[in-house]
Design a protein around this ligand. Structure first.
Ligand code: NAP
Length: 303
């Protein structure tokens, strides 16, 4: 048992919050966990499946005695939720978030955090294409990175306790600056999602290939794209709107590379294609060696 907080409040009860709850229970990381989601439907589901020790009907009630408050809502509404709960946070408490974008979330949330409360932003690099309170599971964060993004003024003890909390949930922890975080995630997560959305959209538009052919003869590459493109539309709309500069920069570079490969194909430049694919293959090996994926070709279908 590694209890790091007495009372934790989860605001938003989707994939990430529900996985955090099951991981907290597994580790004994908190004694009492309250939860709140916007819709009564989600709150009822949470009660039915035993998610959280107590589900509250308002966010204010959920956070009132909490030592740690976790904002686990889409990044576009973090600021609104912080404005609502800010005046009701317990002095000495820590507020954190799990948003996939950091700079804009910090700018939106910070003005609503009272001086007596510590704001320590974070981002667990773990997820699936599923969403909602029933999609969570205790092992989601095992051996995955959680990036903590404190400001220069963050209280050292509050940062260390949050790090210990994420370790108890199974994560490896690293500290990163918000702008660097947003650039790294644009490369590793945000732009790949946009490319997957685009490719699935192209297949859908291509009337010379029927829908049933796309589904029936779906090859591994395309199946991976469809899995990623099934991710929650609200979450991903917000990610692109809120990480605009970094995603536009990486998309600009991506387009240049795509044109270079397009030209190589047109000119029959096999050497260029072979060299390029050799370089990218090494990156895949690096990801497996770093423990971020397995070599098994199950394309995410095991979950
Ligand atoms: P999710 O499964 O779609 O759940 C979102 C939750 O937020 C739902 O419980 C929803 O309530 C609630 N919510 C939405 N708008 C709200 C509002 N205005 N006020 C209060 N609650 C509201 O989302 P998720 O995948 O857990 O993602 C949550 C956060 O984690 C996002 O910021 C995302 O960027 C980040 N994240 C996601 C992943 C991933 O792969 N999914 C990975 C790392 C980080 P209702 O059900 O009542 O609508």
């Amino acid at each position: 048992m590694t209890q790091t907080y007495e009372r934790v409040a989860l605001i938003g009860l989707g994939l990430i919050a529900s996985s955090m709850f099951w991981a907290m229970k597994r580790a004994g990381a908190a004694r009492h966990v309250t939860g709140y989601a916007r819709s009564s439907e989600t709150r009822d589901t949470a009660r039915r499946i035993g998610l959280c020790d107590q589900i509250c009907d308002t966010a204010i009630e959920a956070v009132k005695d909490a030592d740690l408050v976790v904002l686990a809502v889409p990044v576009g509404v973090m600021g609104h939720v912080a404005a609502e709960i800010g005046p009701h946070l317990k002095p000495g408490a820590t507020i954190t978030d799990v948003g996939s974008v950091k700079r804009q979330v910090i700018d939106d949330v910070s003005p609503h955090v009272p001086e007596t409360v510590h704001f320590v932003p974070a981002h667990p690099l773990a997820g699936t294409e599923h969403s909602g309170p029933e999609s969570g599971f205790a092992t989601l964060f095992d051996n995955r990175w959680c990036l903590i993004v404190p400001s220069e003024n963050s209280d050292t003890r509050a940062v260390e306790t949050l790090e210990a909390f994420w370790r108890a949930l199974g994560s490896n922890v690293d500290v990163m600056d918000p702008d660097h975080h947003d650039l790294v995630l644009a490369v590793t997560s945000h732009c790949p999602h946009l490319i997957a959305y685009t490719m699935v959209g192209v297949a859908d538009d291509l009337r010379r290939v029927t829908d049933s052919e796309v589904i029936k003869y779906s090859a591994a590459g395309f199946r991976d794209f469809t899995r990623i493109a099934a991710s929650d539309p609200t979450m991903w709309r917000d990610v692109f709107l809120m990480n605009k500069d970094a995603t536009l920069e990486i998309l600009g570079r991506f387009t240049e590379e795509l044109f270079a490969l397009q030209r190589a194909i047109r000119q029959g430049d096999g050497d260029l294609l072979h060299d390029y694919f050799t370089r990218t293959r090494a990156i895949r090996r690096g990801i497996i060696e770093a423990g971020q994926d397995t070599a098994a070709a199950d394309f995410g279908r095991s979950r």
